[in-house]
Design a protein around this ligand. Structure first.
Ligand code: TNX
Length: 754
C-alpha cells in the first residue's frame, strides 16, 4: 500500500515524459489530440481479446510488463467500461499483412489488426509508449491514434552461428530483439567451415566431429597464433523445435541456412567421402575461403544433402530454405575426375556451369518438397535456378540482375547491411574491416532507382547480416547490432515519407535507454566526438578540430599533462603528441584521443599527380601529411587515399632546404579485398620542384598486423626542399588471387620524411 502511494507521487514527472511518442520503427501515421493527456496502464487494467488467435500477443505484453515493470494484466472475457485494452482482428485499413490501428483514449486502448501479426505489432508500439526506465505501477500512455503497416514484407536479421556458437538463451534474446523491431525473419546461418551446428540424426558425425574445432586464430586474420582451445557446440533437434516455436509465437519465420557447395569444411571433416580428394579434412581454425568444397560430381554428395535437407525441412516450416551458394572456389573441381566427368555428361561449359548445375539440382529437390531456395548472389553465375530468391550481398548489382529476370530479391549489400563492419572510425575492438556508421544504415534505400516498378516489386526487403568471425560472445553481437538494427528496422517498416533522420536521432536517446532496460549492450559511437585534421595556413603544423552533436562545451588536453582547457577553435598541433578531447553528457564523459606523429613532411604543402578514386578521397593530398598514421585499415576510410590501377605520386614542399635520409610510406595490404601494397616506392629530390633526381627505390613491405604496413626507402643524407614520392601500383592482379585480371587497389595513408 505504502509503495503504491509513493508511486502516485511520482506520476507528475511521468506525465511530462508521456507526451512524446518515440516509436521505432516510425509508424505510418501518429495523431495526438491537441491537449496532451494520458491513459494509465496499471495492475487493474483488463485485457480482452475479441478475436481468436491473440494469445501470443497477450502473453508477450504480459511477459514484458512483468519483466520490466513487475506487474501483469488480467485477461478477461467481459470487459468493464473503463481501464481496458481491447484487441481484435478485422479486415479494415488495408490488406498489407501486419497492418494495425491503435487508439489510446480516456477509457482505454484498442488495437485492431488486419491479421493477428498486426495486433502483435500494435503491442510492440504500445510497449514503446511506456516510460523508460520502468518499474512503476501506473504507466502513462499518451492519447493517440496510430495507423501503421510495413513497407516491405521481408524484414530480416541474420546470425552466423558457424564461426562462433551462441546458446539457446541468446538465440531467444536475439529473436526478441527482432520482434521488438517489428521484423519478421531470422536467417540462421547454421553451417560453415568452422562449425556444423545442427543435429542431423542420419549423420551423427556432423555434430560429433563437425561441431568442434581444435583452436581458433588469435587476433585479426591472418592472426598471430592459435589459441589451441577446443571450441564448439550445436543445437539438438529438440532445441531447434523450441526456437522455431519461440520465433513463431513472435510472428518470426526462421530460415535455416545450410551452406553448399562451398564453406563446407566442417561437413567434409565429418564425412570425407563428400570432398573431391577424400581428405583428410579438418574443421577450420581460421577465417576465409577454403578450396575443399562438396564434390559436385559424386551422386553420394547429392544423396547426403537431400537427406540433410529432409531433416532440415522437417524442423523448419519456413517456405524458404537458404542453401548458401557463395564463395565456392573451383580449384578442386578442376582436377577432380568425377567432377570433370559430370561436366562432360551434363554437357556443361566449365566449373561455373557445374556450380549452377549443383544449385539447380538442389533447388529441384527442395521445390519437390514444396519449398523454395534462397541463395547468395553467386547463384546468378551460370544461370539462375528457376524459382530461386537471391540475397544480394556483393553490392546491389546481383539483386538488380535477379529482379530484371523476375526473381525475388532480398537486399543485404555489404556497404549498408553488414553489421560486422565497424560503426566508429575510432573502434578499438577487432572487426572484419569496413566502416558502416549508423546514418549510412538509416539512409539505405533497398529499391534501386534503376528498376522499373514491375521489377522493383521483386525487392522483398532487406536484412542485416551478422558474420561472427570477430564476435565471440553475446555482448559483442549486441554491440555490433545496436543501434544499427534499430535504423534498419525503420528502413524496412516505415513509409519512405515518414523516414526522417532528425526525428530518428531524437528517438534514439530514448532507444538507448530501452537497450539499457533490455540489458542489451550497444555501441556508443553515435555520441562520439567527430574529429578532423585541417591544414594550417602557414604550413607550420596541423589543426585538430573536434565537434559534438549536442552543443556541449568541450575540453582539450594532451596525454601526460594534467591541465586541460576549454575548446573554442581548432587546436594547432606542432609536434608528436596524443591529443584528447572530451565533453560531458548525462554525467558521462565522452572522450576521444588522437595520436599525432610528426616528421619533416607533416603539415607541409603537398600535391598529387593523379587523383585518388572518388570513394576513397580522404581530405585529398593533405591526408598523406596530416600526422595521422592509420592503423585501422579500411575501418577508417577517411584516413586513406585509394587508387584503382593508378600510382600514388606526391610532391611535398618542405618549405626550405632540409637534410633527409629516409622516407616511409604507410600503406595497406588486404589481398582478399584486391588491395596490394605498392610494387615499389621511389624517392626523388629537387631544389625547385621542377627537375627531380631519383634517390633510391625500395620494395620492402613490412607489416605488423598483416594489414597495415610500410615501405621505407633509405638513401645517403641529401639536402633538398622538394621531395617526390612515387608509390607504384601493382597493376593487374595475377592469376590465382582474388580479383585476378582486374586492376589492383593501392591505398596510402601517410608519408614520413626524416
Ligand atoms: C563474406 S557474405 C561471406 C561470409 C563472411 C563475410 C564477412 C557471404 C555470403 N559470405 O562467409 O563471413 O563475408 O563479412
Amino acid at each position: 500500500m505504502k509503495k503504491l502511494f509513493l508511486a502516485c507521487l511520482l506520476i507528475p514527472a511521468l506525465i511530462v515524459q508521456s507526451q512524446e511518442i518515440n516509436i521505432i520503427p516510425e509508424p505510418v501515421s501518429v495523431r495526438q489530440p491537441r491537449i496532451h493527456a494520458s491513459f494509465y496502464l496499471n495492475v487493474g487494467t483488463q485485457i480482452i481479446s475479441e478475436s481468436s488467435g491473440l494469445e501470443n500477443s497477450i502473453s508477450y505484453l504480459n511477459d514484458y510488463l512483468y519483466r520490466f515493470y513487475h506487474f501483469k494484466l488480467t485477461p478477461t472475457s467481459i470487459a468493464s467500461r473503463n481501464n481496458v485494452i481491447h484487441l481484435n482482428v478485422k479486415q479494415m485499413i488495408n490488406t498489407v499483412p501486419g497492418a494495425y490501428i491503435m487508439s489510446v483514449r480516456e477509457d482505454g486502448i484498442t488495437i485492431t489488426g488486419n491479421s493477428p501479426d498486426g495486433v502483435f505489432y500494435g503491442i510492440q508500439s504500445l510497449l514503446q509508449m511506456l516510460p523508460v526506465p520502468g518499474a512503476a505501477y501506473r504507466l502513462p500512455v499518451a492519447y493517440c491514434e496510430i495507423i501503421d503497416y510495413p513497407r516491405f514484407p521481408y524484414r530480416g536479421m541474420h546470425l552466423d552461428c558457424g564461426r562462433h556458437f551462441f546458446n539457446v538463451d541468446f538465440i531467444k534474446k536475439y529473436i526478441d530483439f527482432i520482434a521488438l523491431h517489428k521484423m519478421n525473419y531470422f536467417h540462421w546461418h547454421l553451417t560453415d567451415d568452422q562449425g556444423w551446428r545442427i543435429e542431423i540424426k542420419k549423420y551423427p558425425r556432423l555434430t560429433q566431429i563437425g561441431a568442434w574445432r581444435n583452436g581458433t586464430i588469435i587476433g585479426r586474420y591472418p592472426g598471430n597464433g592459435n589459441d589451441s582451445i577446443h571450441y564448439g557446440g550445436y543445437y539438438t533437434q529438440e532445441q531447434i523445435k523450441e526456437i522455431v516455436k519461440y520465433a513463431a509465437d513472435r510472428y518470426i519465420t526462421v530460415i535455416p541456412e545450410i551452406e553448399m557447395p562451398g564453406h563446407a569444411s566442417a561437413a567434409l571433416a565429418s564425412y570425407p567421402f563428400l570432398g573431391c580428394t577424400k581428405g583428410p579434412y579438418q574443421v577450420q581454425q581460421t577465417w576465409g575461403v577454403f578450396d575443399d568444397v562438396f564434390c559436385a560430381g559424386n551422386d553420394s554428395t547429392y544423396k547426403f544433402l537431400d537427406d540433410v535437407l529432409d531433416e532440415v525441412m522437417a524442423l523448419f516450416p519456413s517456405k524458404y530454405i537458404h542453401i548458401g551458394g557463395d564463395e565456392c572456389p573451383k580449384t578442386r573441381w578442376k582436377t577432380c575426375p568425377i567432377c570433370q566427368k559430370r561436366i562432360r555428361t551434363e554437357k556443361l561449359r566449365d566449373e561455373h556451369a557445374l556450380q549452377s548445375y549443383f544449385i539447380h539440382r538442389i533447388e529441384k529437390y527442395v521445390n519437390s518438397k514444396g519449398r523454395m531456395i534462397i541463395g547468395w548472389d553467386e547463384i546468378l553465375e551460370g544461370g539462375l535456378a528457376p524459382n530461386a530468391t537471391v540475397m544480394s550481398w556483393r553490392g546491389e548489382q546481383g539483386g538488380i540482375d535477379a529482379a530484371r529476370q523476375n526473381h525475388d530479391v532480398i537486399m543485404t549489400p555489404g556497404d549498408w547491411c553488414y553489421f560486422d563492419h565497424s560503426q566508429s572510425e575510432h573502434e578499438d575492438s577487432i572487426t572484419i574491416g569496413g566502416y558502416l556508421p549508423l546514418n549510412k544504415v538509416y539512409n539505405y534505400e533497398p529499391v534501386p532507382d534503376s528498376l522499373i516498378p514491375d521489377q522493383a516489386k521483386h525487392i522483398l526487403g532487406a536484412q542485416g547480416n551478422v558474420w561472427t568471425e570477430y564476435m565471440s560472445n553475446d555482448r559483442k553481437v549486441e554491440y555490433m547490432i545496436f543501434p544499427r538494427m534499430s535504423a534498419l528496422s525503420e528502413v524496412l517498416w516505415s513509409s519512405k515519407r515518414t523516414r526522417n533522420w532528425d526525428n530518428f536521432e531524437k528517438k534514439l536517446l530514448i532507444q538507448f535507454k530501452r537497450y539499457d532496460l533490455w540489458n542489451a549492450n550497444y555501441s556508443r559511437a553515435y555520441f562520439e566526438l567527430k574529429t578532423s585534421v585541417l591544414p594550417s595556413k602557414n604550413y607550420n603544423g596541423v589543426l585538430w578540430k573536434i565537434e559534438n552533436k549536442f552543443n556541449k562545451r568541450m575540453f582539450m588536453k594532451f596525454a601526460g599533462i594534467d591541465s586541460s582547457w576549454g575548446y573554442t577553435e581548432p587546436q594547432l598541433i606542432q609536434k608528436s603528441c596524443v591529443a584528447i578531447g572530451n565533453f560531458n553528457l548525462d554525467n558521462r564523459v565522452v572522450e576521444v584521443s588522437q595520436v599525432f606523429h610528426f616528421n619533416k613532411a607533416t603539415g607541409k604543402k603537398i600535391t598529387l599527380t593523379y587523383e585518388p578514386y572518388k570513394n576513397y578521397y580522404g581530405d585529398g593530398a593533405f591526408t598523406l601529411v596530416n600526422g595521422i598514421q592509420n592503423d585501422k585499415g579500411m575501418a577508417r576510410p577517411s584516413e586513406m587515399l585509394g587508387f584503382l590501377g593508378t600510382d600514388c605520386e606526391a610532391v611535398i614542399d618542405l618549405g626550405k632546404p632540409e637534410s633527409i635520409s629516409n622516407v616511409t610510406v604507410h600503406t595497406l595490404k588486404d589481398i582478399a579485398s584486391w588491395i596490394w601494397p605498392p610494387k615499389y616506392v621511389e624517392v626523388f629530390s629537387s631544389p625547385d620542384g621542377l627537375n627531380f633526381t631519383s634517390l633510391k627505390k625500395s620494395e620492402d613491405f613490412k607489416t605488423s598486423n598483416g594489414m597495415n604496413g610500410t615501405i621505407t626507402v633509405n638513401f645517403p643524407l641529401t639536402n633538398t626542399r622538394f621531395v617526390k614520392v612515387l608509390a607504384k601500383n601493382q597493376g593487374v592482379i595475377q592469376a590465382g588471387n582474388p580479383g585476378a585480371g582486374y586492376d589492383s587497389w593501392l591505398f596510402e595513408d601517410e608519408i614520413e620524411v626524416n
